[in-house]
Design a protein around this ligand. Sequence first.
Ligand SMILES: Nc1ncnc2c1ncn2[C@@H]1O[C@H](COP(=O)(O)OP(=O)(O)OP(=O)(O)O)[C@@H](O)[C@H]1O
Length: 520
Amino acid sequence: MRVPQVDLRSGTAPDAAPPPRHGPVLDVQHLSKTFPGTRALDDVSLEIAPGEVHALMGQNGSGKSTLIKLLAGYHSADPGAHAEMDGVPFEVGRSVPDGLRFVHQDLGLILELSAQDNLALHGGFARGRGGRVLWRQQEAETRRVLAAFDVDLDIHRPLAAATPVQRTVVAIAAALQGWDGGGVLVLDEPTAVLPHEEVERLFEVVAEVRRRGTSVLYVSHRMDEIFSLADRVTVLRGGRRVGTYDVGSLDSRSLASRMVGDDIDPDFRATVVEQVDQPVTIEARGIHGKWLRGVDLEARAGEILGIAGLAGAGALELPYVLAGKAGELARGEIRLPTVSPDWYDVQRAADLDIPIVPADRQTEAVVAEFTVGENISLSALRRLGSRGRLSAKDEATLVRSWSRRLGVVSTGPSAPISTLSGGNQQKVILARCLAVSPRVLVLCEPTAGVDIGTRVSIYQIIADLAADGLTVVVASSDEGDLLALCTRILVLRGGVVAEELEAEGLTKNVLIRAIEGAEQ
Ligand SMILES: Nc1ncnc2c1ncn2[C@@H]1O[C@H](COP(=O)(O)OP(=O)(O)OP(=O)(O)O)[C@@H](O)[C@H]1O
């Protein structure tokens, strides 16, 4: 079955919500959660109407994940909460009603296993006499479950070979298995790691879920998604509910302001001027890789160079090649002319010490067992102290100064990094990169999972660093990042630079059309 195409950019809702039955399907009142030293949620109430897509938004650290984890029974709630699912009371944090299903950000899949095995792990294997697995029946069931979502996937291949959106669809299908409508599906930032063009496909799946009469609680930082998809939005700020609104009654500026508690411009653009008189600080030539087919680039001190492209165009591979972190397929040469005139084979690019903020903070950058301070100073340990001895004082000074400059919100340098919100973890990784005082910094998806307020502050920090002479190369699948930051944007198609755009006066539409290779 094919559901109607949803246009992410036009802002049209996928389908009118089915008329609500009486009363909310999920009704949670007076929910609070206190961690040592932090009141993460403070007397929050949430009512989800039958068949609606209900967005949950708020800045990093506003309590969204805590709310989801309470509903999922991962944390226990403070006393005083009352909750009902379909009118039946349940104790939040202690029991999870069957009608409440979750797809967490990490999707909870085993990538070495096939879609069929993953679905069976969630829903159980079809078994015959003596516990024998009925493989034919299992396969038919897998096909039936996935058919509803119109996903074209080899159900026997390991999910490692599937695209991000195919995996997300498998995770949604797994969560909804054995369930024929009603209830609430919780999607926690399902698009955080999805390439742009796959987001629309996910929207079709959400429309299908809703068509079954299932409500969706949708957590996202991307405002355009909320306007395309959601009927209502609940905004949290500092652990409290600011309000619940009909999406149609808001625009992006008023929604952003409710999240931040201050007037905020969601279309903020940093004022970075092109530095034509400055020296070239990075040059690369003949770059090839898994996707790249011969890219040349150069950038000057104080310049922010954007890299754009659809998945498979090589845009998100290029930063890794420049930082010497691409695989053995990477070919080409790179040099930092203000450091040395010598060209380096990109296989040796790691020797140039160009720091990178990678695309997936959790798996590629954050050291989960370390504190905030340790995560920052990790890159600079060689410089801290003398004669092989680490100076705790120097380390503390470095950590304090970068935490302050980037506005990292935590209980202090010794806080475990896992207790920080996503946006603050991102600032820590940025601080780690800057702690080595680089001339060139490479950013990949710099604001993934980062809220609008923090996003604007990250843009400003990067713009200030560029004004001090830092060269920044930034690849992002979010056009907002490129428009807010860059002086110039290289648009990659098929692994080569297809267009070079001056950022001044560039509109989102023109950029998207260039990325897609459409006629302007
Ligand atoms: N296990 C924990 N121990 C201590 N504090 C925590 C813990 N988990 C979360 N917190 C704190 O609770 C507050 C709310 O965090 P939460 O992760 O719910 O925010 P969020 O809105 O989901 O943020 P993000 O958008 O970055 O994911 C933050 O101040 C966070 O540091």
